[in-house]
Ligand binder design. Structure first.
Ligand code: UDP
Ligand code: MG
Length: 143
């Protein structure tokens, strides 16, 4: 048996999914997959906050539209904890483009298009640390 790798990662339920009342269903699938919810809140990002969160993408052609979308309504952010949580949350989300995502993944089930794809997940340990710190305070992260 391999060593246990207990990780934390950031999940976001994006504005399109919150608007369509999918928050509860997505959280249910997160919990059913075995993740522990260690933090959970709803907030409405400003355009400038969305630009900071996605600054790694600022040179990409989709950056302006992405930041407009991510500040178009409330999001739900969650800290997920579990064995290999970073990779396992990416697996449950599915590919960026819902049309290419595997059956059963959240983006396949609930994504509208390559931009409005229902959920976000950190893509590695450094990103997870940065993104958790963006949304959760030191006090919350220490829990
Ligand atoms: N995105 C987009 N067009 C693209 C690629 C990405 O609108 O061609 C959006 C989409 O919402 C995606 C986000 O930008 O989730 C971040 O892109 P990334 O490549 O990091 O994909 P992810 O890590 O979310 O799968
Ligand atoms: Mg990404």
């Amino acid at each position: 048996m391999g060593d246990l790798l207990l990780e934390r990662t950031l999940a976001i339920i994006k504005p399109d999914a919150v608007k369509r009342h999918l928050t509860g269903e997505i959280l249910r699938q997160i919990e059913n997959t075995g993740f522990t919810l260690r933090g959970l809140k709803m907030l409405h990002l400003t355009r400038v906050q969305a630009e900071h969160f996605y600054e790694v993408h600022k040179a990409r052609p989709f950056f302006g539209s992405l930041c407009q979308y991510m500040s178009s309504g409330p999001v739900v952010v969650a800290m997920l904890e579990g064995e290999r949580a970073i990779e396992r949350w990416r697996e449950l989300m599915g590919a960026t483009d819902p049309a290419k995502a595997a059956a059963g993944t959240l983006r396949k089930q609930f994504g509208t298009d390559i931009e409005q794809n229902a959920v976000h997940g950190s893509d590695g340990p450094e990103t997870a640390a940065r993104e958790l710190g963006f949304f959760f305070s030191g006090l919350e992260l220490a829990g």
